[in-house]
Design a binder for this molecule. Structure first.
Ligand code: 5GP
Length: 193
């Protein structure tokens, strides 16, 4: 499984990273598979257990921490989120690279563990005011929750320089084209182990 890699996509909530990486997953479905994280947050409308996330109770999540079943886990917006070791092995065993949608702390943790076997992509908004507009227009987040997401976004933005690449999501099509180019280039490279 030496040739298989991990692609991490991070960026503030509302930046549009899901739209971007779903197009990547669709186009490269033979080579790249989404890593389903475990979380304790409540399931949202339209989400499916075992597809979007493995939805767990806090108790269940903590048991997995105790069993050392996570590659990395974090508390994000007051909920637990984590990448299971079994999930990465499942993807690699299928002969594919894993794509992870995780927060910046999780991404940096992955880099520490996997080094050049991982490629960290930070999706940035055109500006913080544009990010605030996007979050407001989503209608799912207001008041305290909006403030918490914006505060968290500011902290995440400070870490972008530690990522392998930063893509500004001004126009989705341009961002997707650029990301495809960079992923193809990265995957073609042998890991420097
Ligand atoms: P949401 O609840 O909106 O799906 O995700 C909230 C945040 O948690 C996002 O920034 C997402 O990237 C992050 N996240 C999702 N899964 C994981 C994970 O397994 N590990 C870490 N560290 N962050 C995650």
């Amino acid at each position: 499984m030496d040739d298989y890699k991990i692609i991490v996509i991070s960026g503030p909530s509302g930046v549009g990273k899901t739209t971007i990486y779903k197009q990547i997953l669709q186009e490269y479905s033979n080579n790249i598979s989404f890593s389903i994280s475990a979380t304790t947050r409540k399931i949202r409308d339209g989400e499916e257990d075992g597809k979007d996330y493995y939805f767990l109770s806090v108790e269940e999540f903590k048991q997995l921490i105790d069993k050392d079943d996570f590659i990395e886990w974090e508390c994000v917006h007051n909920n637990y989120y984590g990448t299971l070791k079994s999930e990465i092995y499942r993807i690699w065993k299928m002969g594919k690279h894993g794509l992870l949608d995780i927060d910046v702390r999780g991404g940096l943790h992955i880099k520490e563990i996997f080094g050049d076997k991982s490629f960290l992509v930070f999706i940035a908004p055109p500006s913080m005011s544009e990010l605030e507009n996007r979050l407001r227009n989503r209608g799912t987040c207001a008041g305290e929750a909006l403030k918490r997401r914006l505060d968290n976004a500011a902290i995440e933005m400070e870490q972008q320089d530690f990522y392998d690449t930063v893509l500004k999501n001004e126009h989705v099509t341009i961002a997707v084209t650029e990301l495809k180019k960079q992923i193809k280039k990265y995957i073609a490279k042998k890991p420097l182990l």
